[in-house]
Design a protein around this ligand. Structure first.
Ligand SMILES: [Zn+2]
Length: 316
């Protein structure tokens, strides 16, 4: 049997056929064109049908379709509550899909789907809890407890980017001040790097970007630090502290078996990122004396996590 997963992003729709070994057997991608919710529902169904037909799979070889949306969903009633960047409000996706194909439909939030993908792909198949923390424009988090996505009563749980780590700190888009993602996302790291460069004209970071501050990315400070640049080392050290504060909060609340770190920043060398974070989180969290501790690891699936996780909603 196969499971179809569709990852609904702000710019693209990505669909994948996932096999029983949780691997992607085929994919299909198209730009997102939103005209109406009706048209969107039809497009999702047509995409699923095309994916099986183009790959010579019969419809009855497909167990279910799962879709990951950028916002809260009501999976029980097959409704997407709302999404960011796409004007979807209370959209009955399951009902719309069933006009074209009577296949079980499962809905998830995209960050939760990515966490579910990492959960099923984790090397130890006996784990029951995993939290995925993705460092990007903001911080996306997905929480898996007892083998299931923790959605909360309204589909809005797992917004870990918006836990406050600095009282009265930087203004966040969510309305609060001092949210974790204002300090520990990839975008935050870029802002912190630029501020350090402004304060340190002598920094080697300037050389790495050819003197153009708009070419700063999430790697700039890490690279300059490895060349021995003091300003860059200070940026990285402070960034790791911000990251470590939030991770320790998660450990203290959930004591999950695994926290997986995803996003571009997570690809930094282990000795520069994962190892210092592991030490910090261990020191700052309860359970130090316990015989089992949360493992902090690098996420495995990258951009495919959303498709795989959406497809595997059918296993929940
Ligand atoms: Zn916030």
């Amino acid at each position: 049997m196969y499971y179809i997963g569709i990852d609904i992003g702000g710019t693209n729709l990505k669909a994948g056929l996932v096999d029983e070994g949780y691997q992607i057997a085929a994919t299909k991608k198209m730009p997102l064109k939103f005209e109406s919710m009706e048209q969107m529902g039809r497009t999702l169904a047509e995409m699923a049908v095309a994916l099986v037909e183009e790959n010579g799979i019969s419809r009855d070889q497909v167990a279910s379709v799962g879709m990951g949306f950028p916002g809260p969903v009501d999976d029980k009633n097959g409704v997407v509550i709302k999404t960011v960047n796409i004007p979807i409000r209370s959209m009955p996706v399951a009902e719309m899909f069933h006009k074209h194909w009577d296949l079980p439909v499962h809905l998830g939030n995209d960050a939760d789907c990515a966490a579910l993908g990492e959960f099923y792909h984790y090397e130890d198949k006996n784990i029951e809890s995993l939290i995925l923390v993705t460092l990007g424009t903001g911080i996306g988090t997905g929480i898996i407890l007892n083998g299931k996505i923790h959605t909360g009563i309204n589909g809005c749980a797992g917004e870990g980017g918006h836990i406050v780590i600095v009282h009265n700190g930087e203004q966040c888009t969510c309305g609060r001040r001092g949210c974790w993602e204002r300090y520990a996302s990839a975008n935050a790291l870029i802002r912190q790097t630029m501020a350090a460069m402004d304060a340190h004209p002598e920094s080697a970071m300037w050389g790495l970007v050819g003197g153009a501050i708009n070419r700063v990315d999430g790697k700039t400070a890490f690279e300059a630090m490895r060349k021995g640049d003091a300003a860059a080392r200070a940026v990285v050290n402070q960034y790791l502290k911000y990251l470590g504060e939030g991770l320790s909060n998660f450990v203290n609340i959930f004591q999950p078996e695994v926290i997986a770190l995803g996003g571009g920043v997570s690809h930094e060398r282990d000795e520069d990122l994962l190892v210092p974070l592991q030490g910090m989180v261990f020191e700052q969290s309860f359970g130090r004396e316990a015989d089992r501790h949360t493992k902090l690891v690098k996420a495995k699936l990258g951009n495919d996590a959303g498709i795989i996780g959406a497809a595997l909603l059918g296993l929940q």
